[in-house]
Structure formats: C-alpha cells, structure tokens
Design a protein around this ligand. Structure first.
Ligand code: ASP
Length: 463
C-alpha cells in the first residue's frame, strides 16, 4: 500500500490507508488507546480498539517521538465529536496494524509547546528536535514561501539568478572578513563574501542587466545584539536605472509579499514615506525610525525609505570611511564638492535604505560606473594607489570596458521573516543558527583542527 499524507485523510473516509510519522502523544484509556500521529502535513488522532489485538498491544508500547507506520481505516467522527477548526477534526483513524520504524529515547526538550521557556542553548544543541515544534516548522516553511515569492517575482521581471563565489578576495561592507587559508599557496587566503557586491556589479559590466541571488553573506562582527555571522540577502542589481527606478521596483514587491503571504497584516502608509537621512536623524534621532501608529499592534507594518545617506563618515578614531561602501555614486548636487575633496562629511550618496518597524531591512545605492570616479572615492578614503591596485584592480579595470550605469538593493531575508512572523530575534527563523557568540552548539563549531591539517595549510597557532 502506498503511503498517503495525514492532510489527505479527510478525502479518504471509509478507506483503508497507510500513513507514517512521529507519535505526538499517546493517551491510554484502558480499552481505547489514542495516539496522535504527526507528519510534515499535519496531525491526526488514531485509535486502537481492543478487538484488533495485535495492534492494540503494540499501541500500548509506543511512546512520543517514535517513528511508526500505520495501516488503518479512516472513520468519520460522530457529529458531536467534530472539531471544526482542526485539520482532521472530522475524522479519526482506526488502527489496524502498526509497524515501529524506529524507537526514540525520551527527548531532552519538549517539542510540542512553543518552546519559549526552554533555555536557548539547549534548544540549539538539540536543534533537530527543536525544529519539530509546530512554531518552528511554520517559521521555516514560511521562510521558504517568502524566498519562493521573491524568486518568482524576480523571474517575472526578467532577473537572472547567478551564483557568485563564496571564496573570493573580500568586499568592503564595513566588517571584518572571514578568511579561508589556501593549501596550495601557503600563506595566502580567500575571504568569504560580506556580500556579492563586487560580483553583482561585474555582472552588470558583463551585460546581464538584471541579476539577483538569494545570497549568503558572512561578516566577522563582534556579535552585538541580534546578529548572525552568516545571513541571507535577496541581492539584486539592475543596469540603466536611477534611484527612482530601484525604489519603484522594490516597493510593490514588498506590498505584494505582505498581501499574498501575510494578509492579516496592514501596511500603515502606501506609498511608503520617504525621508532624507538628515530629516530622519533630526526628527527621530535615528536612521531607522519606527513609524508605526500603534506599536502594540502586532499586525501593523510601517515601511519607510530613508534616502540621501552621507557618502563618508568619521570612524571612532577620527579617520574617514565609506558610510555604506565605496561603490556608491555621489548625488549630482554634491559632485562638485566631491571632485574638489571639500566638505567631505556633507557629501551625499545616491544611497537608500528600506526600514520596517524600526529595523533596517535593506541598503542599496546607485553605483559608480566610471573608473576615475571610483579612484577618486578611494583617494578620499586614503586608499593608496598600491592598495587600490592590490584590492580593486579588477573593478577599476572593468569600468574601462563599457560599464553601464547601475544600482541595486539587498533586503535581508532573516529580518523580513522575523518581523513578518512576529518573532523576537532572527534565530527563530533560521534553521540552524549560531548563538550570539557565533557558536554552533549542535556541531560544536568553531572547533580545533588536527596538527596535520594545520601543517598542510602552513599555519601555526601562536596563542
Ligand atoms: N552590498 C550591500 C550590502 O550588503 C547592499 C547593496 O548596496 O546592494 O549592504
């Protein structure tokens, strides 16, 4: 007999079927033994009757989280027993036979409740069990729906998904890089991408015009607050566009995402308000203002655009750095100052953020596409000619071969999922997250490696 899914039971009333899954709970009423069985599609109540002697005896032995296969007859529940708002609330499976596929020890954590009272370290150590709880099953499945929505949306508008390398030379996005030692060239390292920024721009030079990627980004930050060393962006880039084009492509995409997948939510203001960086700081004291009218309403979504970010900012030690990254173009009105290298901290970039309920969802910009302008930015950032050549020769050169004007955006999938699912942190919407200290408690990473591995890499640990 072919296995069917639990959600299909209601279409099979009166039939004999086979289902498989995990024992959720077992209630022993003496003669009648009730077992709730769970598979990826839902749950059903099953009943073992004493007249099916063998099945009844086995039903007595199974325990929560055992994996079983059950043959049974789908019976309609009597009218007064029907639970209207439950999947399978109108049916019950009469157990005819049970095969135990695998037993389970008593799980170290409860997997049926929402899990919020369990210490997170234990949840993360046993993440494969933690993920069984309905809340996390729903989060991870909804995350998949969000990603599929974006993918379909991008394809509908002729974007092409291009995978860019994970081992590269590093992209300045303001954080430290993770490094991967090269075995073949001892003493040399790859960097893991902080974002596909340079590659997506090079895809524009290559003539793809519309690129996107569900991109994994890695940043070695001191893990303040709700950050992960690796996270996911919907990264995209378009050629022959200005800022207005990127904003007016992006805004309807978010509106449609909410309407399709989270119809219970309301967006406070459409079109999304647009605020300059300066106004936002003056009025709200932040560049990610929370614009909700009612902060207690879990279904209110207040999107806002923050535009005209400064190109440069002062570091804590008084040096200069790119406020976003060095590839942003300069606003026309400020190009003169830029060329003269004057009043640097008041020069504005064609860069923009999308914020939602006080969180930064995304940053983006119209980029520089000319070599001399790019060199000028590096110069103002005090990147020496030698360093420019060493780190960015490929960009400076590529811009000499007919680079089109281009710009893009990169919304963070984890934050989007977190806010839309009403979760307090991004770990709740990532299948296998790391702790706030960047540890994988399940696999115990990072971990030491053997002396042989280090030797192959030409690496000596000095502390
Ligand atoms: N690469 C940028 C970032 O990760 C996004 C962009 O400018 O498109 O913040």
């Amino acid at each position: 007999m072919k296995r069917i899914y639990i959600k299909e039971l209601a279409n099979n009333v009166g039939q004999e079927v086979m289902i498989s899954g995990w024992v959720d709970v077992r209630r022993d009423h003496g003669k009648l033994i009730f077992i709730d069985l769970r598979d990826m599609s839902g749950k059903v109540q099953m009943v073992a009757l004493p007249n099916h002697t063998e099945a009844h005896a086995l039903a007595n032995t199974v325990r929560p989280e055992w994996v079983v296969q059950v043959n049974g007859k789908v019976n309609a529940r009597p009218e007064r027993m029907v639970k209207k708002d439950e999947l399978n609330g109108a049916v019950e499976l009469e157990i005819l036979s049970i095969t135990v596929l695998n037993e389970a020890q008593t799980p170290p954590i409860d997997v049926r409740e929402d899990g919020r009272i369990i210490h997170e370290d234990i949840r993360l150590k046993y993440r494969y069990l933690d993920l069984r709880r309905p809340r996390l099953q729903n989060n991870i499945r909804m995350r998949d729906k969000i990603i599929s929505f974006f993918r379909e949306y991008m394809h509908k508008y002729d974007f092409v998904e291009i995978e860019t390398p994970m081992m590269m030379k590093g992209t300045p996005e303001g954080s430290r890089e993770y490094l991967v030692p090269s075995r073949l060239e001892p003493g040399k390292f790859y960097a893991l991408p902080q974002s596909p920024q340079q590659f997506k721009q090079l895809c524009m030079v290559a003539g793809f015009e519309k690129y996107f990627q569900i991109a994994r980004c890695m940043r070695d930050e001191d893990l303040r607050g709700d950050r992960q060393p690796e996270f996911t962006q919907l990264d995209y880039e378009m050629s022959f566009v200005n800022q207005e084009d990127v904003l007016s492509f992006t805004e309807p995409m978010f509106i449609e995402l909410v309407q399709k997948l989270f119809p219970e939510k309301t967006i406070s203001q459409i079109p999304f308000p647009r605020i300059t960086y300066k106004e936002s700081i003056e009025k709200y004291g932040s560049d990610k203002p929370d614009m909700r009218k009612d902060k207690n309403n879990p279904n209110e979504l207040a999107f806002a655009w923050i535009v005209d970010f400064p190109m440069f900012e002062k570091t804590s030690d008084g040096n200069i750095q790119a406020a976003h990254h060095p590839f942003c173009s300069i606003k026309d009105e400020d190009v003169e100052k830029f060329m003269k290298g004057e009043d640097l901290f008041n020069i504005r970039a064609n860069s923009y953020d999308l914020v939602l309920n006080g969180y930064e969802l995304s940053s983006g910009s119209i980029r520089i596409h000319k070599s001399d302008m790019q060199k000028k930015v590096f110069e103002l950032l005090k990147v020496s000619e030698e360093e420019q050549q060493r780190k960015f020769a490929h960009m400076l050169e590529a811009f000499k071969y007919g680079a089109p004007p281009h710009g893009g955006f990169a919304p963070g999938i984890d934050r989007i999922a977190m806010i839309l699912l009403g979760e307090p942190n991004i770990r709740e919407v990532i299948a296998f997250p790391k702790t706030g200290e960047g540890k994988d408690l399940m696999m115990d990473a990072p971990s030491s490696v053997s002396p042989k591995q280090l030797q192959d890499l030409g690496i000596k640990i000095i502390s």
